[in-house]
Design a protein around this ligand. Structure first.
Ligand code: PMV
Length: 344
């Protein structure tokens, strides 16, 4: 082992899925049961510094200035073990991660978090990986993180041709890649934060497993995803925002329907979530470009255009229970910001 302290810093943007990932076919390798499609967002950035230091007696994790809870640290340690195995090192690491989100409350940061961690940890361990290899690695931390390695619109491959999951693989086919589109420069995502002291929502990891195991609608969900993916990709190719928007909203509602039908139910929505959804439908009825999507929480994200974003944001600000609204454009790929090594 070389006795050096090696540090790298990376940044990655979060992404919001337009066709959702909801269900695994393999928990160990974190393989998705189906593909997904997302938009990486410039407003949601995580910066992560990783230092492999022979002087450490265990891995350390500081999140937004606070020492992480044991469960968070354990998940990061498992991820670092993958990097250590690839680099054939045993050195422990200190991970310092900061979310530069417009609001502190409730936006899932695991996508940007694990994408930034993958890029920083691999570089600090002295390894070089292609973007595809980084995407495969980031997936082990969080399925959606595989998409945050890339900017703009991103397609995640399930890595199987058969949605039944019969032909399991070793995970090398489950990676993301960017999709160019005339829409990339024109789209905006308006993020409406729904607050109000709700009980803590179910983590996506457990909730998707529970949906897959108990929801009578899960099979229908899995049959829907490939159709939505094909239609969304066609819309991206032709620059058809109406088509993309309709798929985005319909797909999110179908994902939530499958979760709501799980036993016991997984319900992420609050009254203000439905009020925001109604506002989006009203905007559309009035001729505006606005389509909603929701993830494992009560917040509503609205796909719209550069020209309409301010109108959509103002409308959502007026919804009771919406506590904060921000506008994001397409973000870039995960990037290494710096690296250095010194003798320990
Ligand atoms: O990457 P995970 O395990 O946090 O799951 C993401 C789940 C959703 O955000 C609800 C959907 C998605 O595709 O991002």
């Amino acid at each position: 082992m070389v006795w050096v302290v090696s540090t790298s810093i990376a940044r990655a943007c979060a992404n919001i899925a337009l066709v959702k990932y909801w269900g695994k076919r393999d928990a160990q390798l974190n393989l998705p049961a189906a593909g997904s499609l997302s938009l990486t967002l410039d407003a949601l950035v995580t910066t992560t510094q990783v230092t492999f230091d022979p002087g450490l007696i265990g891995d350390e994790l500081v999140l937004d200035g606070v020492a992480a809870k044991p469960a968070e640290l354990a998940r990061t340690r498992e991820f670092l073990d993958l990097v250590r195995a690839a680099a054939q090192i045993r050195t422990h690491a200190r991970v310092v991660s900061k979310n530069e989100f417009p609001t502190a409350s409730g936006l899932a940061s695991s996508a940007s978090g694990y994408a930034a961690l993958a890029v920083a940890a691999v570089a600090a361990a002295g390894q070089v990986m292609s973007a595809r290899q980084l995407s495969i690695l980031a997936r082990r931390g969080s399925g959606s993180a595989a998409r945050s390695v890339f900017g703009g619109f991103v397609r995640m491959h399930a890595g199987i041709s058969d949605v039944s999951g019969a032909d399991r693989d070793d995970g090398t086919g489950a990676f993301a890649e960017p999709i160019g589109s005339p829409l990339t420069a024109r789209v905006r995502m308006v993020i409406a934060i729904v607050g109000g002291g709700a009980p803590k929502s179910h983590g996506s990891r457990d909730a998707m497993d529970h949906t897959a195991a108990t929801s009578p609608l899960y099979r229908a969900w899995l049959e829907l995803v490939p159709r939505d993916l094909a239609a969304a990709e066609a819309a991206l190719a032709t620059g058809d925002l109406e088509q993309l928007g309709a798929i985005t909203e319909g797909n999110a509602l179908a994902m939530h329907a499958s979760a709501i039908a799980a036993r016991p139910a997984v319900i992420y929505w609050q009254p203000a979530t439905l009020a925001a959804l109604a506002e989006v439908r009203a905007l559309r009825a009035a001729g505006h470009a606005a389509w909603a999507t929701m993830d494992a929480g009560p917040h509503v994200k609205v796909l719209t255009t550069t020209g309409e974003a301010a109108t959509v944001a103002a409308a959502l600000r007026s919804v009771p229970g919406v506590t904060d609204v921000s506008i994001a454009a397409a973000g870039g790929p995960a990037a290494l910001l710096g690296a250095e090594s010194r003798p320990s």
